[in-house]
Write a protein that binds this ligand. Structure first.
Ligand SMILES: [Zn+2]
Length: 358
């Protein structure tokens, strides 16, 4: 068993546990988000055989892993993970210190701080090999190998959901920076002294583009009275909590209040993406995450218009598009990383190789 000093922001998948069992022919991909955990079970030919999703247990990493184990058993007639899974790719939305085996920071899952990762995985997943790859890098890899970026050498993948993250593929390689934190655009400062962020700062970009801000905008716009007796404002007045999902649903139903909220989100995202384009000059910007995937088409139009208005003529050559893989992008990325590492460890009998594209 080899433990490698890393963080969940690692740009390369790394084995942290176990040796592999060739008889257990499936690869498990797990993308744990602050809201939902998405699982994919692949066969050896890259076919996604099972896809499952459940609400992330915000209180306990261990309980979340137990749920993963239960779902595997449901798919395979009560089998334990080591009987059917030969390797697992795992994305955690946390900063994790592998040496101490402790979750150090979890902006959107604060109760997971100080919980143990390897200890829990060893106990609950029967010591199957686990590769850690952060969600944005897994999505990036999925897009490169199976999605819209197959032919791109310079592209970014931006995920907008509960948080905001970006993965970068530059000059033909994944780019993670000195500490594997590159692309943490969600925590760049958007408004000094602004909204508090789970990372401990205030005014971070992600607090102005994600679901929580949509909910705040709804409360503010309702309080202003300019939308009269809107259905959602009536609900807010009754003290109901309206989720960003409800707001997106309202925008699909042509509710002007919800449309205005999404336009503001699109404007803010456009400002950030314009800066990304000026900084990196990518040929492709792939947008992903629940806010993007579930919203009506006018959101991407608003983003593009804002980008056009904020990148000087001639510099804006990037093709901005919505991921066709959606939430499966990260599942495919984890699958690819695990498959590569397993193949490498079998052929060489030593440490797994770097991802093929590097
Ligand atoms: Zn932040």
């Amino acid at each position: 068993m080899v433990f490698v000093r890393t963080s969940a922001g690692a740009r390369e998948a790394r084995f942290v546990l176990g040796g592999w069992n060739t008889l257990a022919g499936h690869i498990l991909s797990v993308d744990i988000g602050a809201t939902s955990t998405v699982m994919g079970i692949f066969d050896g030919d890259a076919n996604l055989r099972h896809k499952l999703k459940f609400p992330t247990n915000k209180h306990s990493f261990r309980e979340n892993v137990k749920e993963i184990k239960r779902r595997i058993a449901q798919c395979f007639g009560g089998s334990s993970p080591d009987q059917v899974i030969c390797g697992m790719g795992l994305g955690l939305p946390v900063l994790y210190d592998e040496q101490t085996d402790i979750i150090q920071k979890a902006a959107n899952l604060p109760q997971w701080v100080d919980q143990r990762v390897k200890l829990v995985l060893e106990a609950e997943m029967n010591n199957i090999p686990v590769c850690l790859l952060t969600d944005v890098y897994a999505s990036l890899l999925g897009e490169k190998m199976f999605g819209a970026a197959k032919h791109a050498s310079h592209f970014v993948n931006i995920c907008v959901g509960t948080g905001l993250g970006m993965g970068m593929f530059l000059s033909g390689s994944l780019y993670g920076g000195a500490n594997n934190l590159a692309g943490a655009i969600g925590h760049m400062t958007f408004r000094e002294g602004g909204r508090p962020c789970g990372c401990g700062k205030s005014g971070c970009v992600e607090t102005y583009v994600c679901g929580g801000y949509m909910e705040e905008l709804l409360r503010k716009k309702c309080a202003s009275g300019e939308y009269g007796s809107s259905r959602l404002c009536d609900a807010v007045q009754r003290g109901e909590v309206i989720s960003s999902f409800e707001i997106i649903k309202g925008a699909h139903a042509n509710d002007q209040l919800c449309i205005d909220i999404l336009n503001e989100i699109g404007h803010n995202l456009g400002l950030v993406i314009a800066d990304v384009i000026l900084l990196l000059d990518p040929e492709l910007v792939i947008l992903n995450g629940g806010v993007i995937i579930n919203s009506p088409p006018f959101l991407i139009d608003k983003i593009k218009k804002t980008v056009d208005a904020n990148v000087f003529a001639g510099a804006n050559t990037a093709n901005i598009l919505i991921s066709t893989l959606g939430e499966e992008a990260s599942l495919y990325g984890h699958y690819w990383a695990v498959r590569n590492h397993l193949a490498g460890s079998v052929s060489s009998g030593s440490a797994p190789p770097a991802i093929a594209q590097r």
